[in-house]
Design a protein around this ligand. Structure first.
Ligand code: AMP
Length: 277
């Protein structure tokens, strides 16, 4: 991969890169289209990164379908699909990590210990291998996008980071490879996430309530059961209102505030976020 990229760079081509874990959906494809717009040579990686999954998480059952992924990417005219093996990426005795130490502490960092260290490490490695000029990440994984921007700033990676908007299903659910885990009843229940976020945005724009009221109302909406005949366990991991750039929890809704949420619907953990103001 590295030599292909150097060759392209010598020819003056701009390399665009989209790292993914595969099982592609329209959200991934919007990132790829953005990369095509912004560069001359597009690389997409597919790698389910073991070190960003904690013990007991879904690494083994994470959905995979590389044949379908490759077909979709070829249809979009992607130049290189990079699918490294675990051995390609990690020597048996690997011992160096990239660790962001501020933005990764709260939110998903609290609930998924070591997750972001796995993410920053693999993205740093992929940047070194792919040598992109620009890399596209999704707003859906908002904390991840901010952490990558911080990594690039603090470690002087010569890569421009572009954050592309969240692609949603027609009923508002953020697209995710993990949505395939949802049963039909859970899938219906999952629409509460985006409804609650939109409601929170609406309330913050009209006549903002205080933060604790806004969180409480959002919580109530999320816990409300849509399918009364079929109880679905819903567990809120967090509902936070944070500064859009620094991810610091806010005491008042000020510009730019973002609501970020993580919710378990049945056994499936879903995340989403919205800019409030
Ligand atoms: P993943 O394969 O889940 O690791 O995601 C790869 C990239 O796609 C990340 O930058 C994600 O933020 C992005 N992504 C995932 N879902 C969506 C979505 N619904 N809309 C936009 N980007 C997304």
């Amino acid at each position: 991969m590295y030599s292909i990229s150097l060759e392209q760079r010598k020819e003056g081509k701009k390399i665009g890169f989209v790292p993914t874990m595969g099982f592609l959906h329209e959200g991934h494809l919007t990132l790829v289209r953005k990369a095509t717009e912004l560069s001359d040579f597009v690389v997409v990686s597919i790698f389910v990164n073991p070190i960003q999954f904690g013990p007991g998480e879904d690494f083994d059952k994470y959905p995979r379908n590389p044949d379908r992924d490759c077909r979709l990417l070829r249809e979009l005219g992607v130049d290189v699909i990079f699918i490294p093996s675990e051995n390609d990426m990690y020597s048996a005795d690997y011992s160096v990590f990239v660790d962001e130490t501020m933005l990764s502490k709260g939110l998903c960092g609290t609930h998924r210990r070591g997750h972001f260290r796995g993410v920053t490490t693999v993205v740093a490695k992929l940047f070194n291998i792919v040598q992109p000029h620009v890399a596209i990440f999704g707003e859906k994984d908002f904390q991840q996008a901010r952490i990558i921007q911080r990594m690039v700033r603090d470690l002087n990676f010569p890569v421009e980071i572009v954050v592309a908007p969240t692609a949603r299903e027609p009923d508002g659910l953020a697209m995710s490879s993990r949505n395939t885990y949802l049963s039909p009843a859970e899938r219906r229940q999952a629409t509460v996430l985006f409804k609650a976020l939109c409601q929170a945005r609406q309330m913050s724009q009209d006549n903002p309530p205080d933060i604790s009221t806004l969180r409480k109302l959002t919580e109530q909406t999320i816990l409300q059961q849509y399918d009364k005949s079929n109880y679905i366990p819903v567990k809120i991991e967090y509902i936070e209102i944070v500064h859009d750039q620094t991810l610091v929890p806010l005491e008042k809704i000020v510009h730019p505030a973002r609501m970020v949420i993580a919710v378990r619907i049945g056994n499936t953990r879903l995340i989403d976020n919205i800019l409030l103001k």
